[in-house]
Design a protein around this ligand. Structure first.
Ligand code: AMP
Length: 187
């Protein structure tokens, strides 16, 4: 099964992707986590990523598309995956569609976790204290919301057109949201 998890920063994508990954027994692929690991390791990709990620800007499409294509062909993803944080632009969505078509794969569902902006800021500010992420600093948070509305929200329309979109209310407890997701994908 191939699932995409989509939503604004702080919507709980990472948390829900981990739960889904354990429940369904397929890997959780977070492009944000991959970049943070490269940054922590100080690799050339990590050094490049730092310039974008810390300020809350998006990495160039060609770099991200290359990373995801590589992951898609890796052995652990042979039976599917939960893709968290990709695609973040309409061009990435179009490239993903091509990658899947070429390999005879299908995207089973695109789960959009919806939460109000006020809650996003509150959650990210709390996460900044716990995880110490440079991009959870107030100026970066605001920029990430602007980038989300401008570049990433239009991806919803792309998948709406494909009939794959499932809206999930992101408010409530982690367990409540997880239950809504399971209901949506088993319907
Ligand atoms: P996340 O952990 O998903 O919130 O991602 C953290 C940061 O990594 C984002 O704010 C971007 O700077 C970068 N990033 C992750 N995924 C992508 C992507 N698909 N396209 C561009 N930049 C990305």
């Amino acid at each position: 099964m191939h699932l995409l998890l989509f939503g604004p920063p702080g919507a709980g994508k990472g948390t829900q992707a981990k739960i889904l990954s354990e429940t369904l027994g397929i890997p959780h692929i977070s492009t944000g986590e991959m970049l943070r690991q490269e940054m922590a390791d100080g690799t050339p990709l990590g050094l490049k990523a730092k310039m974008y990620v810390d300020r809350g800007n998006l990495m160039p499409d060609d770099v991200m598309i290359g990373i995801v294509e590589h992951v898609l062909d890796s052995a652990p993803c042979a039976n599917g995956m939960i893709l968290d944080g990709f695609p973040r632009t309409v061009d990435q969505a179009a490239a993903l569609k091509d990658m899947f078509t070429k390999r005879g794969l299908v995207i089973n569902a695109v789960l959009v976790i919806e939460i109000p902006h006020e809650l996003i800021v509150e959650r990210l500010t709390n996460r900044a204290i716990i995880e110490n992420r440079a991009d959870d600093e107030p100026r970066s948070i605001l920029n990430r919301l602007v980038v989300y509305d401008k570049n990433t929200a239009p991806v919803k329309h792309f998948y709406e057109g494909e009939g794959l979109l499932k809206h999930i209310a992101g408010i409530g407890t982690v367990e409540e949201v997880a239950r809504r997701i399971m209901t949506a994908i088993t319907q």
